[in-house]
Design a protein around this ligand. Structure first.
Ligand SMILES: Cc1cc2nc3c(=O)[nH]c(=O)nc-3n(C[C@H](O)[C@H](O)[C@H](O)COP(=O)(O)OP(=O)(O)OC[C@H]3O[C@@H](n4cnc5c(N)ncnc54)[C@H](O)[C@@H]3O)c2cc1C
Length: 401
């Protein structure tokens, strides 16, 4: 039985120090809220700055201009070393089963770039440096959340080491398998895609041309995301379970051969690969993001297919809206746990998150379909969109928003 320590009081208790939890703590801490962040893991150390294949995080995201603007406003973007950030100004998407293709270029919408690719751990570390400079934010590492119970002032949280925190608002930013979500009984709708994704860093024989490459294969989508080294990309290769097992077990030379045959002839050629990892793909959406004095953000509320490397953009948008609603509550003299502001947060975010999840699901199903009619339809669809300048610009403006 763990020994119980004295209770520490705070305004907002954030569980999870990933991109979502740390950006919320930074946003609220800068507004003078007292925030405590718990994470079950140890404090991350500075990420390596080298350019060997093993020096890159295989977890990368394509941040949209809106996410970048949010991180800039927090003073965090400026802390990410510029030589680890890769702007991309084009996307090439094609159907490996047919002749459908679509090309997006930043100059079509007169934008300097479509987004920037950044390693997850670079964003986490930049956030950490910002948050550690804020006097009213406390970070507690190696403290996995164990239990949550109602207390007169809100919620009482206990870690597995027996430390206790009291807070008026508890935010679950603890990722796809959220303990907060589980402890407060917020039900989810979830389904498995029957796929796993292989991630890793790949060296190319030529430049990636600051382009994201995305092939839709029968067995699942394969994306190449450009890194700041012009001859290296991060891959996210989603595969049906059976194929995944076979491909993941291949030795590097055979793996590269398979990768190149999946990419040919549209994309650059892969010549070497660093360490690889796999993770199962599940779509999971909490039916409600909030309860009395509790809110879920980012992957804790919704995890989506990594098809377009978009995961964290939805999470950062959740954080931005929750911060706005909490500031509005404070200005209006409401408690931070006020269900009016929490429900407004939920309303504002759920529609957009559901729309994005439905779009990813549609893509996934459309391209997973082996029926010849579906094949022709999607090829015509891709080519049609590619040829309609206005429609393409419409898609891109939505992707940049
Ligand atoms: C291997 C891998 C590769 C990925 N690659 C991509 C990609 O290429 N593109 C993409 O868009 N998305 C990718 N994703 C998904 C993407 O990383 C997530 O969308 C994003 O990181 C979510 O951020 P988050 O802050 O919500 O959660 P997380 O980054 O999962 O952070 C959650 C934090 O909560 C902590 N935590 C968990 N449980 C507890 C507890 N009980 N008590 C205290 N702390 C706890 C964890 O230690 C962690 O620090 C990948 C995910 C994985 C696992």
């Amino acid at each position: 039985m763990a020994e119980h320590h004295s209770l520490m009081e705070t305004d907002v208790l954030v569980v999870g120090a990933g991109v979502a939890g740390l950006s919320l703590a930074t946003a609220l801490g800068r507004e003078g809220f007292a925030v405590t962040v718990l994470d079950g893991a140890s404090r991350p150390s500075a990420p390596p700055g080298g350019v060997d294949l093993s020096d890159w995080d295989f977890r990368v995201s394509a941040l949209t201009p809106a996410s970048i603007a949010f991180l800039q406003a927090l003073g965090v973007w400026q802390q990410i070393p510029s030589d680890r950030v890769a702007p991309y100004d084009a996307m090439r998407v094609w159907d490996a089963d047919g002749n459908g293709h679509i090309a997006f270029d930043a100059r079509d919408v007169v934008a300097p770039c479509l987004g920037q690719i950044v390693e997850n751990r670079q964003v986490v570390y930049a956030l950490l440096k910002s948050v550690e400079a804020l006097p009213r934010v406390q970070l507690c590492w190696d403290e996995p959340l164990e239990s949550l119970s109602r207390a007169p002032s809100g919620w009482q949280a206990v870690s597995s080491g027996g430390r206790c925190w009291g807070a008026s608002l508890c935010v679950g930013a603890d990722g796809a398998r959220s303990r907060v979500r589980q402890l407060v009984d917020l039900p989810t709708r979830e389904w498995s895609y029957g796929q796993s994704a292989i991630v890793g860093t790949v060296a190319l024989s030529s430049s990636h041309q600051n382009t994201c490459w995305q092939a839709f294969l029968r067995t699942g989508p394969l994306a190449l995301l450009p890194l700041s080294d012009p001859a290296k990309v991060a891959i996210v290769w989603s595969l049906d379970e059976e194929e995944h097992g076979q491909v993941a077990a291949l030795q590097d030379p055979d793996f590269l051969r398979q990768l190149n045959s999946a990419l040919a002839p549209s994309a650059p050629v892969a010549v070497a690969i660093g360490p690889r990892a796999s993770f199962p793909l599940k779509q999971c959406h909490a039916m409600d993001y909030v309860r009395e004095g509790v809110a879920l953000v980012a992957d804790a509320a919704h995890s989506i297919h990594p098809l377009a490397g978009q995961g964290i953009n939805l999470g950062l948008a959740d954080v931005a809206v929750l911060k706005e609603e909490l500031l509005a509550a404070r200005r209006g003299g409401l408690l931070l746990s006020s269900s009016i502001s929490l429900k407004r947060y939920q309303r504002r975010r759920k529609t957009e998150n559901l729309a994005m999840m439905a779009a990813m699901e549609g893509f996934k199903r459309g391209f997973g379909n082996r029926h010849p009619v579906a094949l022709v339809a999607r090829n015509l669809g891709l080519n049609f969109v590619d040829q309609q300048g206005w429609l393409k610009r419409w898609f891109m403006r939505h992707a940049l928003a």
